[in-house]
Structure formats: structure tokens, C-alpha cells
Design a protein around this ligand. Structure first.
Ligand code: SAH
Length: 238
């Protein structure tokens, strides 16, 4: 937790917050903080600043907080991700959030197992938890927006044109001619397939919407590896 994220309900007075539970435990057990120590804090969807511990007991921690700087700029990218299996889903959501993705569509594809859609990790509060972990890791405060789309074709045909409007449209696909471009000057919409890959029909459907298939070299990577490699190629230094 490189950033303690604060929400409006944490404030007991202007500039004063009281924390208990997971954040308190982390501050006491990992930071081993004492009264007078200063920690980095951020307001959810707001600015980043510092918090000085003014009180610390079994029942909670109080911090005097002030905010000085804006969070890092969002990545100018919309991510379209075939729903990964639950264990991978949690990690991928955290990584995507830590890398600055603010708009993410989890979609169905032929090689997404039906059972993956039943996982409790897709519940709104569970997804939010994973996003918070990613924000805390990356020292960012802006919560990503995650949308679930259980039907591939209606999503791609009816919704994607607007979702991807005015952006460079790319689908990461191992067996293709074009290498992934580097350092884009413009926003992008990037589709990443399931562990079994997109089937040819799905790649064609995306191509019909203007998506270009691009590869990352001859090695086939896991989704959780392909994601950071793709994002750092498309937007190095962001
Ligand atoms: N089994 C599939 C690979 C799936 S890898 C096959 O053999 O084709 C899962 C997803 O990660 C892919 O759909 C793609 O979006 C991305 N990916 C993994 N390695 C990649 C590479 N070398 N180039 C481009 N995309 C890749």
C-alpha cells in the first residue's frame, strides 16, 4: 500500500480522518507507524497529499490530512478484455488499474469458459476491491470504470463503434503480420483475447469494426504478461 486511499466517510472533521480495519492494520503492521509520522494519502477520485498521525489506538487511527497534487494522468486507452479465469481476473484488474487504465470492458468470447461468468469476483464490490489495490499500489486515486458484456457479437457490432470512436483500434493477436506500434500519439482501444486466444471469426468481427491485428513477437504470452507489455509499448513513460 503505497498510498492510503481516503473516502468521504472517513472524515470526522475537515482535514481529519479516522481509519480502522484493513488500512489501520496496514499502517500499524507494515508501516509500523507511530504518532507524529507522516504517510502519503489520497482522496478517492481526488488529489494526493500527506497525513500526519495524531492519534493511534486499538480502535483506530486519526490523521490530519492535506492534499497538494493531482493524481497521475489516465492512460488514453480503453481496454477490451476477454474475461479471464477468476484467479487471473483478480491480478489482471489490479495490474490494469496500476498501469493507469480507467475504462475496461470484460467481454465474452468463444474460448471464455461459461463458468467464469459465475465467479463472485465479478460482483461490483469485489471488482472495486481489486481496483483499490491497484490504485494503492500505483499511487493513483481515480477509480476505473468496469463494464461486463456477456455477449460478444452485440457488443462488437452495436456498442464498440461508439466505445472505440476517435481512437486507434488494435487487437493483440499472436499470429499476425503487423508488429504492435510503439509510443502512440493518439488514444487507443485495445482488445486482448482469452487464454485460448480469439477465434478467427472474432478477429474478423473486430477487423470489420476497424481493428488492426498486431503481435508482440514470436512468443505467446499469458494475458497478465501481454497486458503490461502492450501498454508499455503503446504508451512508454506514462
Ligand atoms: N492460445 C492462443 C494464445 C492466447 S494468449 C494462441 O495460440 O493463439 C492470450 C491473449 O494474449 C491473446 O489473445 C492476445 O490478445 C494476447 N497475446 C499473447 N501473446 C501475444 C503475442 N505474442 N502477440 C500479441 N498478442 C499476444
Amino acid at each position: 500500500m503505497n498510498l492510503i486511499i481516503l473516502e468521504p466517510g472517513d472524515f470526522v472533521a475537515p482535514g481529519r480522518v479516522r481509519l480502522s480495519g484493513r488500512r489501520q492494520q496496514h499502517i500499524q503492521q507494515v508501516h509500523r507507524a507511530a504518532i507524529g509520522d507522516t504517510l502519503r494519502v489520497g482522496l478517492l477520485d481526488g488529489d494526493i497529499g500527506s497525513g500526519q498521525i495524531s492519534d493511534l489506538s486499538e480502535s483506530g487511527i486519526e490523521l490530519q490530512v492535506e492534499f497538494q497534487s493531482a493524481p497521475p494522468a489516465a492512460l488514453p486507452l480503453t481496454l477490451i478484455l476477454a474475461l479471464p479465469r477468476p484467479k487471473m481476473l483478480k491480478r489482471v484488474i489490479q495490474h490494469a488499474t496500476a498501469l493507469g487504465v480507467k475504462k475496461l470492458y470484460l467481454i465474452n468470447a468463444y474460448r471464455v469458459e461459461k463458468s467464469y461468468w459465475q465467479t463472485p469476483w465479478l460482483a461490483e464490490d469485489k471488482l472495486r476491491e481489486q481496483c483499490l489495490l491497484g490504485l494503492e499500489q500505483a499511487v493513483d486515486t481515480r477509480m476505473p470504470q468496469i463494464e461486463l458484456r456477456k455477449r460478444f457479437k452485440p457488443f462488437v457490432e452495436d456498442e464498440l463503434p461508439e466505445v472505440a470512436a476517435n481512437s486507434l483500434k488494435l487487437v493483440a493477436h499472436p499470429v499476425t503480420e503487423a508488429p504492435c506500434p510503439v509510443d502512440l500519439p493518439e488514444p487507443a482501444t485495445l482488445a486482448i483475447g482469452p487464454e485460448g486466444g480469439f477465434i478467427p471469426y472474432e478477429v474478423e468481427k473486430l477487423q470489420e469494426q476497424g481493428f488492426a491485428a498486431v503481435h508482440l513477437g514470436p512468443r505467446i504470452l499469458r494475458v497478465e504478461t501481454a497486458l503490461p507489455v502492450l501498454l508499455s509499448r503503446l504508451y512508454p513513460g506514462r
